[in-house]
Design a protein around this ligand. Structure first.
Ligand code: GDP
Ligand code: GDP
Length: 441
């Protein structure tokens, strides 16, 4: 299943937002999105226009307080809805004409990056409606669309305007959470095929063996302790067919493609070899693509060890692949099968962390704690950074937006400090964590 694009409905109270939402979705039964965190308190209603499905979310009525600042919670609601949306529909009341409050919301909307469509509601009569709608050109949001939430008139033209904002279906992310897609990558001869065999060997049943969409990889569907996995193997294909080739051609692009298709990447390292630039390149790509990952040190059986070896090895690895500091490391032997089963447990853990959502309340607790210990920096002009609040805007990988007075006031050391605080307080083991610093405007 694909995740559906979201259209946010925004406007002051009583302009007819709920009536319009009902009209657009044709449903009285709002479905409550049951994902934890930011989406908990808003209603997403399914709708479609032409060949496309989408969700409509009503942000609740936006109002300003007397200082013409958003009330914090309301601003937060609106920000949240906008951050997830592919388009916003700004609803105004055609019978009352533009109000000061409409202008303030419009000004704020003009500064957002999401495309905004202006719906002038309560325009029941076609001729009268056009005249009413024309008054709203002054909001500076482009063409006002006269609509009637009660009658449904004009909503087709409105949706036609929104339609180009929907991303192509093939670019929508998959929402299948039942299966974990796992890729095994690494340089030639580190033991990828052996590991794949070991993993499938201990699992209950091989559901199917599917050749990939291209011949770049073989996909294996397996089940282990009730969990389905799709293993994407980038090396095994020719070996399975028992075709003798010379030294394996190391295709980094093939590995990159496989990384993109996966939820969790197993980066296999040969304990007998040193870490090379190729390993670093693969690791860098995992981080860039925002995938969960586990570093699997293979051939641990073949290494001469004493009681310090594992710590020394881990330290060396952490020093070299420092940018994957969030990734767990496991030492295994594909040959003897030692600790291979534990890989499944780790995959489950990191996949869960990758999808995890943390409530806005908890995130703001971390921010308050962090800024109390160590205040944001002050620029040479004496201007201090302020973090108003933060919220998780997406998962896979977890992404937290921080709304601040001015991102330029936050230097790298401070950003790293905040990043560390989130890691320490919230965990997110095995997944990259993204922080987005957003200015007030
Ligand atoms: P919200 O607070 O923005 O969600 O607004 P509601 O949907 O609750 O509507 C507020 C009031 O406007 C209600 O009394 C509705 O009956 C009325 N209303 C909503 N849509 C229309 C419309 O298209 N035409 C007219 N004439 N009234 C409308
Ligand atoms: P790939 O090219 O990454 O798929 O690596 P292979 O799975 O083909 O393994 C390359 C070589 O390493 C083979 O000779 C394997 O037998 C050997 N090998 C793989 N895993 C282990 C292991 O855990 N311990 C030892 N000692 N050898 C291994």
């Amino acid at each position: 299943m694909k995740k559906l694009p979201i259209v946010a409905i925004i406007g002051r109270p009583n302009v007819g937002k709920s009536t319009l939402v009902n009209r657009l979705t044709g449903s009285r039964n709002a479905i409550v999105h049951d994902e934890a965190g930011i989406t908990r308190d808003r209603l997403y209603e399914p709708s479609f226009w032409r060949d496309r499905d989408f969700l409509v979310v009503d942000t609740g009525g936006i109002v300003f307080d007397d200082d013409s600042e958003f009330l914090p919670e309301i601003r937060q609601q609106a920000m949240l809805a906008l951050s997830e949306a592919v388009a916003a529909i700004f609803v105004v009341d055609g019978q009352t004409g533009p109000t000061a409050s409409d202008e303030e919301i419009a000004e704020w909307l003009r500064q957002q990056s999401v495309p905004v469509f202006l719906a002038v509601n309560k325009c029941e009569s076609p001729e009268q409606g056009l005249i009413q709608a024309a008054e709203f050109w002054e909001l500076g949001l482009g063409e006002p669309y006269p609509v009637s939430g009660i009658h449904g008139s004009g909503t087709g033209d409105l949706l036609d305007a929104v339609y180009p904002c929907f991303p192509p279906v093939e670019e929508l992310p998959e929402a299948d959470e039942e299966q974990i897609n796992v890729t095994i990558i690494g340089r030639p001869n580190v033991g990828k095929s052996s590991l794949l065999n070991a993993l499938t060997g201990v699992s209950r049943s091989i559901v199917s063996s599917i050749s990939g969409t291209t011949r770049d990889a073989i996909d294996l569907e397996i089940e282990h302790q009730g969990q389905r996995y799709r293993l994407i193997d980038t090396a095994g294909i020719r070996k399975k067919k028992n075709i003798r080739y010379g030294a394996e051609f190391f295709s980094i692009n093939r590995a990159f493609k496989a990384i993109r298709r996966s939820d969790v990447v197993l980066l296999v390292i040969d304990a007998l070899e040193s870490i090379t630039d190729q390993d670093m390149k693969l690791a860098g790509r995992i981080e860039d693509e925002g995938k969960a990952a586990i570093i699997v040190v293979n051939k641990w059986d073949a290494l001469e060890k004493d009681s310090h070896t594992i710590y020394e090895y881990e330290k060396m690895l952490r020093d070299r692949v420092y940018f994957m500091h969030w990734s767990p490391i496991i030492f295994v032997s594909a040959l003897t099968g030692k600790r291979v089963k534990s890989i499944f447990d780790l995959i489950q853990t990191v996949a869960q962390e990758h999808r995890r959502r943390v409530s806005t309340a908890v995130i703001n607790e971390v921010i308050q704690e962090a800024t109390a210990w160590y205040s944001p920096p002050t620029t040479r002009q004496g201007k201090q950074g302020r973090i108003y609040y933060g919220t998780q805007v997406s998962s896979q990988p977890p992404t937290i937006a921080l709304f601040v007075n001015d991102p330029k006031r936050f230097n790298d050391p401070y950003r790293r400090y905040i990043d560390r605080q989130f890691r320490e307080q919230l965990g997110f083991q095995g997944t990259p964590l993204r922080l987005i610093w957003r200015g007030k405007r």
